[in-house]
Design a protein around this ligand. Structure first.
Ligand SMILES: O=P(O)(O)OC[C@H]1O[C@@H](O)[C@H](O)[C@@H](O)[C@@H]1O
Length: 295
């Protein structure tokens, strides 16, 4: 994989992102709605951070603590209909392909559906925002706390009388200088499955992406993206999530994402999938969490 990629840095502002022209400096009211590429966006302009959510998917698309470069990557161009590639898509109520229904959408309905904003509040430390999606007898909420760091909780409530199997993920796209120049630390010794080679895998030392990566590790907890290009260490805490998924397409093209743009992210996801999917009986809850900050 070629490693050089152009990126524009604005003095004091960090790296450009698709929302630079929409966001204004914080001044009083921290929430504002806007429309962008056919989607309804909630803009957060707070003295501690700026952020963007889309109603479609209840998806956090952008998060930038003041004085830092953005933590999340988002594609510049979005399909007219379909999932927005970037930020933290919520894969729910299944991850990847549906186990039985081949024609159903990849990664579930949540990122294609409009969510309801049920709570938003701000104080000196940052903002709290909660989105909700009701789908038949299931309810899912995304609770976000954004300030100097970002914290996401995904809470699923199963209210049907029948037991069910849930797989889900907070499929974060982390912004990096160049995926070829980063190392993922914290997975040494972790076991899992390499979905490219279709073999079990065990991580030895740091993980570097060489022309693509798709591994599902059977542990949550903390990892760090050590970014040599930006001299930045991004800390990610997957808490008690059963899986950490690491994905980058390598040289495989992504629709509507240029090759150079695609070098600007590494996807490290908090998930419960495959053998670690949640089995819920009536009234039970399942949770995923993801926290991130510059260390
Ligand atoms: O392309 P999607 O549906 O947005 O999903 C993102 C990626 O998610 C990964 O889990 C898949 O292995 C990739 O094939 C996929 O491209």
């Amino acid at each position: 994989m070629r490693s050089a990629r152009p990126h524009r840095v604005r003095a004091g502002e960090g790296v450009d992102h698709p929302f630079a022209d929409l966001l204004r400096p914080a001044a009083g009211q921290p929430f504002r709605w806007a429309e962008h590429q056919g989607r309804e966006l909630l803009l957060v302009e707070h003295s501690r951070c700026s952020a963007v959510f889309s109603r479609q998917g209840g998806q956090l698309l952008h998060f930038q603590p003041h004085g830092e470069r953005p933590l999340l990557w988002c594609a510049t161009r979005w399909p007219r209909i379909g999932a927005i590639r970037g930020g933290v898509p919520v894969c729910w109520p299944w991850f990847g392909r549906h186990p039985m229904e081949g024609g159903w959408p990849h990664h579930g309905w949540a990122r294609l559906s409009d969510w309801r904003l049920i709570h938003k509040a701000a104080d000196d430390n940052g903002v709290r925002v909660t989105w909700r999606l009701d789908l038949h007898d299931w309810q899912v909420e995304l609770e976000a706390e954004l300030g100097g760091r970002m914290s996401l909780q995904l809470v699923t409530r199963h209210r049907d009388s029948e037991p069910c199997v849930l797989s889900h993920a907070l499929h974060a796209y982390w912004r990096v200088s160049d995926v070829a120049r980063v190392a993922l630390l914290g997975l040494d010794g972790a076991e899992g499955r390499d979905l490219l080679s279709r073999e079990p895998c065990r991580q030895g030392g740091e993980l570097r992406v060489i022309d693509g990566c798709h591994r599902v590790f059977r542990q949550g907890g903390r990892v760090k993206i050590q970014d040599a290009g930006w001299q930045r260490r991004l800390c990610i805490d997957g808490g008690n999530n059963p899986n950490t998924v690491v994905w980058h397409p390598g040289s495989r093209p992504l629709s509507e994402v240029s090759w150079a743009e695609g070098l600007g992210f590494l996807s490290v996801q908090g998930a419960a999938c495959g053998d670690d999917s949640a089995e819920l009986v009536a009234g039970e809850e399942a949770r995923l969490s993801l926290e991130a900050w510059v260390g």
